[in-house]
Design a protein around this ligand. Structure first.
Ligand code: ADP
Ligand code: MG
Length: 730
């Protein structure tokens, strides 16, 4: 009798590293070969269309139909040359994955025959049926049908013989049904607000781009082992499994040499990524066994968000060629590190200044401090919204456990930056500052660059850390669409910058002081107001939990409570004031988050129930029978006294198996009952709460018993690949 686990293990162990087809030219020569970028546009478009599309991208000008037709025709010519037979709008519905609906280029024309056809209408708009996408319980108020519309600012690309056109997805009534629409809106409000504030310091700044670099963490698992774990297959995480005797305690995986099979997978997906113009740069082992990271060079945020989604798709595809599965789940394994997606975020001006990098002159440094302080204040005032932007069922188990940032939103600045802020608070006065003091302050601010290189105590435990020339939002989960947290971050900072501009303007006139002085005064006020969010210490410590509570910072560990912030008054005011999301859209998003949470929990509960009843219980009873037979044999062979001595432990084990198996069995049925009760609730919020309160606890309780059984039962008949096998097979 074979156990599937062993067949899978045999297969996994016999796998060899795949040969990678390296291109014969250096990377820079084929980088972006599958992207319809500026160079190809120049080649395939008329000068007029080329200029129109650059105008559309850079200045948001709209394109007329004639130009759209010309662009479509050039794009098609290029795509067909790259082997494309189909085209699709490629968009980010709120499911969290990207969506595609392919149409062939070929059309038949009566009397003419079959030919490739693609026009401006098709380029600009497509109509997938929106009714099967999540609507957050707003199907009635939300137009069921929607359309996708081309986003010319993110270049089209060819993947798998299909021309993919990055697009937004909106309902006919104009409600956004995706991540990209509000992301783009948030980017443009932030740009506008930032340019305005930059105006205080440098009138030559006309444009500000948000930059984003996402460090993608993931686990690899051998495909055969994955297939032998129904929980991984259906939920992307292990719902059971005793911890391996050795896992990450020796810290021997982090930055260790990359196993050969993994290395060839990495090289292979990097080549694919380069062809698609994704500038992947860094690769290394992460802390947990079989955990890795890939980081690109940062790009403009809308493009970076598209690229991160695309990269995840590419990684999944390429993994299959190497007999791997990629797990983007935030916590595939209990007890070891989970995976995050650190979002490195900054802003850059059209004069080439990184707004979060201290400059060489005092003027630039005041600009830098201004942005820094405004960001700190916006994080302080919008902790709950930021948290709501990153919570999910998957991230819930990661946050606050095993080296992941806690659910308290604090900001790490480093001791030097903190002392500069202290300095501003201590020295800036409300009365007119003396020219000497002003000069001194500016001089001190001017010294920042010399100080900053020492800022190396980069705190890994902070959810939101300043890392010298950018902020790093670390609470983001590995499977997330980064647009979700970026929409919030961009909008809260934009809103804050607008408030700053208004306040400084007021202070200048009401106190009759110069601009720099007004800036200093407002910054001082802001620092005092929002200081409580600054924390450089150990975010993992329990002392921080207490300290944070004293400081009045919120610490919501529960996902559903955290999600409520999406529809708080504060959120509605903020997003509608900035025209990023309407109240209706927020309600819908909240509803979708609740639905997603509930459905995922429902699937996990079902899978665990099935596995318990169909895999685990039969196995443990089988082993128990072996013991029973053995004990019976002992009884036949030995006199009573001796038998008792010899069989004692086994009898104990037989009892333990029965007890634990009984518990598993009864809890599975109780869990099913709770599900039934929850399923009949109509209100999606109440339903989610029922699932969270009454169904979810069973996942841990049942697992606890099964993990103990795993330790007792004969390894030779245990049906599921164990943690040591999943984590150490390379
Ligand atoms: P670490 O692991 O030390 O945080 P990595 O090199 O893994 O650093 O990742 C840093 C990420 O930050 C990269 O994607 C990098 O391109 C990005 N980054 C660097 N500077 C900026 C910036 N100004 N704006 C946005 N992202 C940035
Ligand atoms: Mg990092």
């Amino acid at each position: 009798m074979g156990v599937l686990r062993f067949t899978a293990l045999d297969e996994a162990l016999s796998r060899k590293p795949q040969r990678v087809e390296y291109p014969s030219v250096k990377t820079s020569e084929y980088f972006g070969i599958d992207v319809f970028d500026g160079k190809k546009m120049q080649e395939f478009l008329s000068r007029e269309s080329y200029l129109s599309i650059t105008d559309a991208v850079e200045r948001g000008k709209s394109l007329n139909r004639k130009v759209a037709d010309q662009i479509a025709s050039g794009m098609k010519a290029w795509a067909v040359e790259r082997g494309a037979t189909h085209y699709t709008h490629w968009f980010h519905p709120l499911t969290g994955m990207t969506a595609e609906k392919h149409d062939a280029f070929v059309e038949s024309f009566p009397g003419v025959g079959v030919m490739e056809n693609f026009d401006g209408g098709k380029l600009v708009q497509q109509e997938p049926d929106a009714s099967s996408f999540p609507s957050g319980g707003m199907r009635n108020t939300f137009e069921a049908r929607g359309y996708t519309a081309w986003d010319p600012s993110s270049p089209a690309f060819v993947m798998d013989n299909t021309l993919c056109i990055p697009s937004v997805f909106v309902s006919f009534k104009g409600d956004s049904l995706d991540y990209k629409t509000p992301l783009m809106k948030s980017l443009s409000v932030l740009e506008e607000a930032a340019v305005d504030v930059c105006g205080y310091f440098d009138r030559n700044i006309n444009r500000v781009d948000v930059t984003l670099g996402c460090e993608q963490e993931y686990f690899l698992v051998d495909e055969s082992l994955y297939n032998a774990r129904p929980d991984l297959k259906l939920t992307e995480r292990t719902l059971m499994g005793h911890s391996s005797a050795k896992d990450q305690q020796l810290a021997d995986h982090y930055f260790g040499s990359i196993p050969r099979r993994v290395k060839s997978f990495m090289s292979d997906f990097e080549i694919e990524a380069y062809k698609l113009g994704i500038p992947v740069k860094t690769r290394h082992n992460e802390v947990a066994p079989n955990q890795y990271e890939c980081a690109p060079v940062y790009e403009e945020a809308n493009l970076a968000a598209d690229h991160n989604q695309l990269l995840m798709t590419v990684m999944k595809k390429v993994a299959a060629r190497h007999g791997f599965r990629v797990l983007f789940h935030e916590k595939p394994y209990k007890g070891i590190n989970g995976s995050g997606k650190h979002c490195n975020w900054s802003m850059i001006t059209d004069t080439g200044v990184n707004l979060l990098s201290p400059g060489k002159t005092p003027k630039n440094n005041l600009l830098f401090i201004t942005f820094l302080v405004n960001i700190v204040k916006s994080v302080f005032e919008n902790q709950d919204l930021l948290r709501a932007s990153i919570v999910s069922l998957g991230n819930e188990t990661r946050l606050g456990a095993d080296e992941a940032p806690p659910s308290i939103m604090s900001v790490f600045l480093g001791s030097q930056m903190n002392s500069i802020l202290d300095d501003i608070v201590n020295r800036v006065t409300e009365q007119k500052m003396s020219p000497d003091l002003k000069a001194e302050l500016k001089l001190d601010v001017g010294k920042i660059p010399e100080l900053l290189p020492d800022n190396t105590d980069r705190n890994r435990t902070s959810p939101f850390a300043f890392t010298g020339n950018r902020f790093e939002f670390r609470a983001v989960g590995s499977s997330a669409n980064v647009a979700a947290p970026m929409i919030v971050l961009n909008t809260i900072v934009a809103d804050q910058l607008k408030e700053f501009k208004t306040t400084v303007d007021k202070v200048i006139t009401s106190r009759n002081i110069k601009k720099d002085e007004a800036v200093f005064q407002v910054l001082k006020e802001y620092i005092i107001k929002s200081r409580n969010v600054l924390f450089d210490g150990d975010g993992y410590s329990s002392a921080w939990n207490e300290e944070a509570a004293r400081r009045g910072l919120t610490n919501l560990k529960d996902v559903l409570t955290s999600m409520e912030a999406i529809v708080s008054e504060q959120s509605k005011t903020l997003f509608s004031r900035n025209k990023v999301l309407s109240e209706r859209e927020l309600e819908a998003r909240y509803g979708i988050s609740l639905e997603k949470y509930t459905k995922k929990l429902q699937i996990e509960a079902r899978v665990l129930g099935d596995l318990s009843v169909n895999h685990i219980l039969p196995t443990v009873y089988r082993y128990q029978n072996i013991l029973i037979e053995n004990v019976k044999g002992l009884r036949e062979l030995f006199p009573e006294e001796e038998y008792k001595k010899l069989a004692g432990n086994q009898l104990q084990t037989i009892k333990e198996i029965s007890e634990r198996a009984d518990l598993v069995r009864s809890m599975v049925y109780e869990m099913i009952e709770e599900r039934k009760k929850a399923n009949v609730i109509d209100n999606i919020k109440k339903k989610a709460e029922k699932y969270s309160e009454n169904v979810k606890p069973y996942l841990d309780k049942i697992r606890y018993q099964i993990d103990h059984l795993e330790l007792i039962v004969d390894d030779g008949i245990w049906p599921l690949p164990k943690y040591r096998e999943l984590l150490f097979t390379k």
